[in-house]
Ligand binder design. Structure first.
Ligand SMILES: CC(C)(COP(=O)(O)OP(=O)(O)OC[C@H]1O[C@@H](n2cnc3c(N)ncnc32)[C@H](O)[C@@H]1OP(=O)(O)O)[C@@H](O)C(=O)NCCC(=O)NCCSC(=O)CCS(=O)O
Length: 379
């Protein structure tokens, strides 16, 4: 398969990289140190079109290619991992409507979300249903006006500041994954209770919340207008989301790698830059190779997504490889910086903390291996 980055993709990526370095990167350390919500960047991101970058022009999105989207998320995460996490969680919500919604639902909800006037959240995970969402307990009971949703969702990014949540819930407890439906829930409706943000190791500005639901949802907010289609929608959305996580990993790893290169060329021992020593050169070589491979996996998945073909395995490989590689790269970058890398005066320890969740959320490395192995064994 040929990976093609067009002139348009490259131009958009370069422009966004300048924006990310000028506007987003300078606040990344403060966001992390103070656990400040990355939604402080929402207006600036909206102004430049990032909040609708995953959506077609028909719904006021940017209409960017999947490759351009990959490069944009890489640049954003390289500037601030928390901000990329907030934006990609919004994409999970709007992709749910794009992939699973009716035309009326797309027209009603997507233009405001694309422009950043509204913020979305994706509520799939539950306290007892993480890797296996089919085991969810949230139930949507049919009522005269629509549905009554009852249950608890966990680790939901953006929930406190979101305007709408895409809530996945069972409409038929006896039908396994085919009994799962999705609903567009107004975050401010009575009976939607969002807890305080979780205290996390990294991505401290990408806040995640527990959400308790005991609320009424009008019938027209059943995504796609048909019960039982929610699981398939969620899986398709996660195919997209995993490529965006792969892009986030590559962005943070690239930032760590570039910091390591600078340090290797400028830090001296016995009047020699440390980059002259072979032990360090081998670390740099491994980092460069891991970074390149991670980007190739991500761009391959994005290319297949752009072609409209199923890309579940490519997406799983991209996320698996990039998240594991980002762990190795950021750790080596910190090691190259020695004691300085361990201090909060430098961003290295933040990079190490920020990439750790990437092996867990949107499907752990073990889940990605299951997806890859299943296809390898069964075709
Ligand atoms: C590991 C799993 C993929 C396993 O899923 P299952 O074994 O339970 O289901 P399957 O038998 O594979 O599929 C059932 C059904 O769905 C269709 N399907 C599956 N995958 C896809 C797909 N990619 N595209 C389209 N359709 C798909 C499949 O064909 C079957 O259809 P039929 O019913 O036969 O017609 C899965 O459990 C999994 O991915 N687990 C991980 C969950 C996960 O990633 N959770 C993360 C949540 S979000 C988050 O972490 C962060 C959110 S945020 O930041 O706020």
């Amino acid at each position: 398969m040929n990976i093609t980055i067009t002139e348009d993709d490259r131009g958009l990526s370069d422009a966004l990289n300048r924006f990310c370095q000028d506007v987003i990167a300078p606040k990344a350390a403060d966001i992390d140190e103070g656990s400040l919500s990355a939604t402080c960047h929402r207006q600036a991101l909206s102004d430049i079109g990032i909040m609708g970058m995953n959506l077609p022009g028909a719904y006021s999105g940017t209409g960017a290619s999947a490759v351009a989207l990959y490069l944009a998320v890489e640049n954003l995460a390289g500037a601030c991992g928390s901000t990329a996490s907030m934006v990609t969680a919004h994409f999970l919500a709007t992709d749910s409507i794009l992939l699973g919604g009716t035309e009326e639902q797309k027209q009603a909800w997507l233009p405001d979300a694309a422009s950043g006037r509204t913020l979305g959240a994706f509520a799939l995970t539950e306290p007892s249903a993480g890797s296996n969402p089919a085991a969810m307990r949230t139930f949507a009971e049919k009522t005269a006006a629509g549905y009554r949703l009852r249950g608890v969702k966990h680790f939901i990014s953006n929930a406190a500041e979101a305007d709408f949540l895409i809530v996945y819930a069972k409409t038929d407890k006896s039908a396994g994954h085919r009994g799962i439906s999705a609903f567009i829930v107004d975050r401010h409706s009575a009976g939607v209770t969002v807890a305080s943000p979780e205290r996390t190791m990294g991505l401290k500005g990408g806040h995640v919340f527990e959400v308790a639901l005991d609320c009424e949802v009008p019938a027209e907010n059943l995504l796609g207008g048909v019960e039982g289609t929610g699981f398939r929608t969620a899986m398709q959305v996660l195919d997209n989301g995993r490529v965006e996580i792969a892009a986030s990993c590559t962005g943070i790893a690239r930032a760590a790698y570039e910091a390591a290169l600078f340090w290797a060329n400028t830090r001296e021992v016995n009047n020699h830059p440390i980059g002259e020593f072979q032990g360090l050169q081998w670390m740099i070589a491994d980092m460069a190779t891991d970074l390149e491979a991670a980007r190739m996996f991500g761009l391959k998945a994005a290319t297949k997504r752009e072609a409209g073909e199923r890309f579940s395995v490519e997406s799983a490989m991209a996320k698996l490889y990039a998240s594991e590689a980002a762990g190795r790269i950021t750790d080596k970058a910190l090691q190259i910086h020695g004691g300085y890398g361990y201090t909060r005066e430098m961003p290295l320890e933040r990079y190490v903390r920020d990439v750790r969740i990437m092996r867990i959320y949107e499907g752990s490395s073990e889940v990605q291996r299951n997806i890859i192995a299943r296809t390898a064994l069964n075709g």
